[in-house]
Design a protein around this ligand. Sequence first.
Ligand code: GLN
Length: 280
Amino acid sequence: MSLTLQQALMEGTSRLREAGIETARLDAGILLVHVLGQDREILYRAPEQELSSEELDRFRQLIDRRVDREPVSHLIGRREFWSREFHVDSRVLDPRPDSETLIAAALEFAAGQGPVEKILDLGTGSGCLLLTLLAELPGTTGTGVDISAEALEVTRKNVALLGLEARTTLLQGRWFEPVTGQFDLVISNPPYIETDDIARLQEEVRRFEPLGALDGGPDGLDCYRKIIGQLKSYLADRGMVIFEVGAGQADDVGELLSSAGFTTIRVHDDLSGIGRCVSA
Ligand code: GLN
C-alpha cells in the first residue's frame, strides 16, 4: 500500500514519538524531504502526493535508524554550521551551535586587533571551525591538524565542498607534532569531556560520535595542558589562541594559560550564557 507525504510524515512522527524522541515531527520531516530530494515546501505544497514504494522503503529505513538513536545529521550526511552545509558522518564530531561562539570570537579578533593571515586548527575534525574562518576571511590561509586519518578524509570532503583547496593544508598527527611555522590565530575544540562523564552522554553522541574527539581525560583538561605546553613557539607575536571549553572549565583553562605566561585572557559566553571559549 502506498502512502501520501502527509500520511508518511504522520507515521514517521508517531514512531519517533513512541521511541521518546522529542523532536519527532521535525526529524520525520527532515528525513522525508531528504528521501524525496526536495525542498521542505513540498510538504505544504503537495501533502497528497504519493511516495513511490522505493521512497517509502528508504524513508522507513531512516526512521528505523533514527529510532535506534542515530543522529539526523548522520542520516542525511550533513549539518549546518555558521550558515554553511558541512558533510558529516561518524568519523568526526558533529558541528555544534555552541562552537559558533569560537567563530564569533575569532572574527572579532580579525576585525579588531588582527591582522590574521595564518590560522592553525588543532583537532580539526569536520573542519567546520577552520573552513568557516577561511571562508569568512578571504585573505587567510589555514592548517588543520587531526590525529585521525579517517577524520581528515571528511575534512578533505568539506574543503572541496567549499572550494578552499588552494588555502588549506591538512596534516595528520598529534597536536603540534606535524606543524612548522608560526600562526596569527590558533584555534582548538579539543576533547574535553571528563572520562567518567562519557557514559552519561546522550546516546546519539556516545554511540555514534568518535570517542577520541570527546574524552578529555580524568578532569577533562588533558588536551589543554598538552597544547598550552607547546603553544608559545607556534603563536606569532600579538597572535591569539582561542579554545572551546566545556561548561565550568573556563576558569581552569584561563589559569593554565596565565601560568604559561599568556595575557589578555578572556572568556566568551555562548548563547545560553555559559563560558564556552577562552582566548588569550
Ligand atoms: N560539546 C561536546 C558535547 O558535549 C563535546 C565537544 C568536545 O569534547 N570538544 O558533546
